[in-house]
Ligand binder design. Structure first.
Ligand code: NAG
Ligand code: NAG
Ligand code: NAG
Ligand code: NAG
Length: 426
């Protein structure tokens, strides 16, 4: 009966003791720290600490337009007007009309805001490198050195999907490099983090090397289990994926590292380049031109009439350094080919170059390119099939679309009459 009050009393004494001890420990630990932070700054110490290791450089680019493709006939025009791309984007044309200026891009976050973050003791854990990079992820740091799987002194993040491949280096890493490449030179010991792939394209290795980034010394191939810490983590990821300024600056960078001086060789701009897909060079098969002989004859004819060099380009046979390819495309006047990654070489061609993309589509989904036939026509989604059109416009090139229906194997016959009609208009 009397046990309970005594127990309660004991408990009371214990709690008092704990409070006194805790208070003493608290006092001992916190007093000197408070003094320090008072000397440095009047801010609360937690904010002070997170602010100290954090630096952000930002600017906002101008809004821009992407004009519609050039059409050589009604078939091309009507096809494009019923595409999912047009259905989504025509909502963004000023006064509901796309003809005059094209689609207007002005979303601050997605299209205009360029940022670089420098984080002390930053921690990178498999975040997607793009304008949607989370705020918390950007500011993530490590406290103990056993948190990351590896710690570098300095590292720069370029972890865009498939950035190890030629095509996705150009459309993913290039625009981010164009505003952050100065950090590669400023910190020549900084590691460069890219996504690990099934291969690392030679041409991309060569571009990095021309930028002073040797694979053996600086490239880190990131795989998802890694947690990368860096005493200084440089993050250029929150940057628009598409903006003419970034793309044209990236192009200037490719020219400059290849030793091309812009003014000198304007008169040599006389290549007509046919980008050839063959059963052996195409990674995904299909999209082959079945009537290639008459197709090539028309191109050769056009070249002789306009004093152009006819160049047939098969990337699988190109064993030269990327520098030669950059020069070849720098001197292009016309580039023509069926939709494929190799058309990304247009990134080395000048403004006003004519780009002709033969867009293969299936008759069963007559308004979608083959490369996004998994979407239903009424399922409005952006489609990778329009990426080369977008690129050409960002690069201020004259883009023509020639949609051609494919057979059951995904191959096509180019209608020679239509091709001739197009060539007559450029
Ligand atoms: C192609 O379209 C663009 C934009 O609409 C236009 O400025 C250009 O003059 C066109 N090129 C030709 C050759 O018609
Ligand atoms: C973008 O343009 C639209 C239409 O002109 C306008 O309503 C909107 O306020 C603009 N947004 C920004 C961020 O400028
Ligand atoms: C694009 O090219 C046209 C000429 O074709 C030129 O007038 C214009 O200034 C260029 N724009 C940019 C952003 O380079
Ligand atoms: C080629 O295109 C022209 C013009 O659109 C058309 O009249 C002709 O029937 C087409 N030829 C074939 C073989 O489809």
């Amino acid at each position: 009966m009397y046990f309970r009050p005594i127990r309660l009393f004991k408990l009371f004494i214990i709690v008092i003791c704990i409070i006194i001890i805790t208070y003493e420990i608290y006092r001992l630990l916190l007093r000197p720290r408070k003094k320090l932070s008072m000397i440095r700054n009047t801010d609360a110490s937690s904010i002070l600490l997170s602010k100290e290791g954090f630096e952000q450089h930002s600017y906002t680019l101008e809004s821009f337009y992407i004009s519609l493709p050039n059409f050589s006939d009604d078939e091309a025009r009507n096809w494009f007007y019923s595409s999912s791309y047009y259905k989504i984007n025509s909502k963004k044309c000023p006064q509901g009309s796309c003809e005059e200026k094209g689609v207007y891009f002005n979303d601050t976050k997605e299209h205009l805001s360029v940022n670089i973050f420098l984080i002390k003791n930053g921690l990178y854990v498999n975040d997607d490198c793009g304008y949607n990079y989370g705020n918390d992820a950007i500011q993530r740091t490590f406290k103990n050195s056993d948190e990351p799987t590896i710690i570098y002194d300095k590292a720069i993040i370029y972890t865009v999907p498939d950035g190890w491949s030629f095509q996705h280096f150009l459309d993913g890493i290039g625009p981010k490099l164009s505003h952050s490449k100065s950090y590669l030179q400023k910190y020549p010991d900084a590691k460069v983090i890219i996504i690990q792939g099934v291969r690392f394209d030679r041409s991309i290795k060569e571009i990095w090397s021309m930028l002073g980034v040797e694979e053996s010394e600086r490239i880190i191939h990131y795989s998802p289990h890694m947690k990368i810490g860096a005493r200084l983590l440089i993050n250029p990821c929150i940057t628009p994926g598409i903006h003419p300024r970034l793309w044209q600056d990236a192009r200037d960078m490719y020219w400059s590292i290849s030793g091309i001086s812009k003014s000198s060789s304007n008169s040599e701009r006389n290549n007509l380049i046919y980008i050839q897909r063959t059963p052996t060079n195409a990674m995904n098969g299909a999209r082959l031109i079945l009537n290639e002989e008459p197709f090539i004859n028309i191109l050769r004819d056009y070249c002789s009439k306009h004093s152009l060099n006819y160049v047939q380009y098969d990337h699988s046979k190109d064993k030269d350094h990327i520098r030669s390819r950059i020069e070849l495309f720098y001197n292009a006047k016309v580039i023509i080919g069926v939709h494929s990654g190799a058309l990304s070489n247009m990134n080395f061609a000048q403004s006003k170059t004519t780009i002709i993309e033969i867009m293969p589509y299936k008759s069963s989904s007559s308004s979608l390119p083959m490369t996004c036939s998994m979407y239903r026509v009424d399922d409005l989604r952006a489609c990778a099939g329009y990426i080369l059109y977008t690129q050409a416009r960002l690069l201020n090139q004259s883009y023509w679309i020639l949609p051609i229906v494919v057979n059951d194997e995904g191959n096509l016959n180019v209608n020679i009459t239509r091709l001739q009609k197009l060539l007559d208009q450029i």
